[in-house]
Design a protein around this ligand. Sequence first.
Ligand code: AMP
Ligand code: ZN
Length: 500
Amino acid sequence: MQNQEIKIFNTLTREKEVFKPVDPPFVGMYVCGPTVYSDVHLGNCRTFISFDVIYRYLTFTGHKVRYVRNITDVGHLTGDVDIGSEDKIGKKARLEKLEPMEIVQMYTNGFHDMMRIFNTISPSIEPSATGHMVEQIEMVQSILDNGLAYLENGSVYLDSQAFFAKYPDVYGKLSGKDQDNLLSESRDLKNQGEKKHPSDFAIWVKAPADHLMHWPSPWSEGFPGWHLECSVMSTKYLGSPFDIHGGGMDLQFPHHENEIAQNYSACGCAPANYWMHGNMLLMNGKKMSKSDGNSVTPDELFTGDSPLLSKAYSPMAIRFFMLQTHYRSTLDISDDALKAAEKGYQRLMDGFKTLEKLTFVEGSIHESEEKEIIAACEACHGFMNDDFNTPQTLASLFTLVTKINTFNNNGGKVDSISQTTLDLLKTTFKGFIEDVLGLKEETAADDNLVDGLMQLIIDIRKGARENKDWGTSDKIRDTLKVLEVQLKDGKEGTNWSKNN
Ligand code: AMP
Ligand code: ZN
């Protein structure tokens, strides 16, 4: 395990704190997963890619991470319970005349496909809300037993006033709202119906007669409140308190705030020690959102089929684009930014390929060069340790790309640094690009073909020159020039490169 400390910005304290797992080297991490009622949009992908990198880096530094990411397949309503809101999945099932579980399966499959395309690692456990009904009913019962919830007409509400009285400093801390503000926000809701107080929220809901998804419980035939599943499934698989709880910024309130209230109410303790929130992907300066119609699907990006785009972009170029911004900053998507990212990604991967071909040759060591390379390699660790700063890590990798290209221009021979430093350069580059940032070469098959064809052309040109067939060799030279391919003749033969 790396000796250096990892610092995590904890939303709960609004500070970067040294990460101290409860039981090192084990780490428990829970991330709120998708509600599977429609195709995953790019904003969702950003959040999951951010946590994929966090998961990868913790693993890279020797932690044994149990990564739990749920599937919300019940209980996430289109609005407030009391105003007759529908379950998002139930609504889609009604509109499409399908079983709710068909909707769930269809969009879960699509979500998994997309996560694979973006090269994210599957979580260790992916529990679903409907698969944990017994545990959710148990938690509602505990909260009732502790006197922090009440039953009204078959629904169970968390009693906010009783909660505030028992735990005065808990509710509102995560989202930075004071309790008075929370109350006024809740008061705006149209119908406060059965609640004793406007800021009470449902943890079990009696299903209306036409509601598609419902389960028997001691209180009514009904379904759990949306926030309950995450309280239940995180602590079931990770214990209490566990290390890291993550999700998008939009979940801080009410989802995570209510989750914390539920855990305290059920067992008197906080669910997690570190709360991490990824910032939003914006489109046209506004949060990308399925429900607002302000979203672009990954498929539209892959095909370029969108009025927003001038061309198609590959999954790895998009992943690179996302990593160029820190996970806690907003990211505005635009065609120009994607174009620039595509170039950057290509330059990085070209550097990676070139590095693999560099060979060590004994020579005189340039102290300053040696130091610069070692410093840039260490900086990759340093920046990732500093709250997973991917943009700065990429900047350090680009410093190394410049060095790699200099060696390449020197005929691919590395004679000014030690073998140890060249090895460090190689392991750092491979480790950070592949293992930590999760970037990979996309066109391996095509590249092999191009390499093969280029070798053929180089051989034909060599034969033509030996035979003084200047017509053929000039034709090859002129055509390659138009294609911006450069040939370099050296003692060991001819190399080729493409100008970017
Ligand atoms: P949902 O499927 O809406 O429950 O969201 C799944 C995950 O995506 C949650 O962690 C959300 O916070 C996150 N998310 C939703 N919209 C965006 C967005 N525009 N940018 C980044 N993350 C988002
Ligand atoms: Zn959640």
